[in-house]
Design a protein around this ligand. Structure first.
Ligand SMILES: [Zn+2]
Ligand SMILES: [Zn+2]
Length: 169
């Protein structure tokens, strides 16, 4: 997902651009493109260009209860400053960003959002992903997926200390 910012780099600090983007991005880095769409706001800063965007896409997860893979919609709220590696006027090489791992505007004055999308998508992975809130999970005895069919296994034995509590539930 690339945006050419050569025009904006020539403008004064505070100048902005808005884009509506819709593109296929390899969000998980697994070779599979996923649709990413949303609004992007670019702002010319003292050092480079501030990218503010809210992008909608889907990530592939495995359910923590039934282990089934499923697609989980996420909204990535990205705010990152991109620093140019080349001076837009003279074409001279710049020292680039001071902080390692910062995002850069490449020598063709292009911002590539792919890496930021990947990093923010990783942060959006829930601790305990569930294919649905009501996922019935797997039978602890036979491993049957209880969302698809029930089995004839006996009810798992509950600890008597919990039985009073489960009556309440
Ligand atoms: Zn599940
Ligand atoms: Zn079973």
């Amino acid at each position: 997902m690339q945006i050419n910012v050569s025009q904006l780099l020539l403008e004064s600090i505070g100048a902005g651009r808005d884009y509506e983007i819709r593109d296929e991005v390899d969000v998980a880095g697994d070779g599979n493109g996923r649709e990413v769409r949303g609004k992007v706001r670019l702002l010319r800063t003292h050092r480079g260009i501030l990218v503010r965007t809210e992008l909608n896409t889907e990530i592939e997860l495995a359910c923590s209860r039934c282990l089934r893979p499923f697609r989980h919609p996420v909204t990535l709220k990205i705010e990152e400053e991109y620093i140019p590696v080349v001076d837009i006027v003279s074409g001279a090489l710049l020292s680039g960003p001071e902080e390692p791992g910062s995002f850069v505007i490449d020598e063709h004055h292009v911002i590539d959002l792919t890496e930021a999308i990947r990093q923010y998508a990783l942060l959006a992975v829930p601790m305990k992903p569930l294919c649905k809130e009501s996922c019935a999970g797997l039978c602890p005895v036979c491993g049957n997926n209880l969302n698809q069919e029930s089995c004839r296994c006996p009810e798992p034995v509950t600890d008597p200390r919990w039985s009073e509590l489960s009556k309440l539930l």
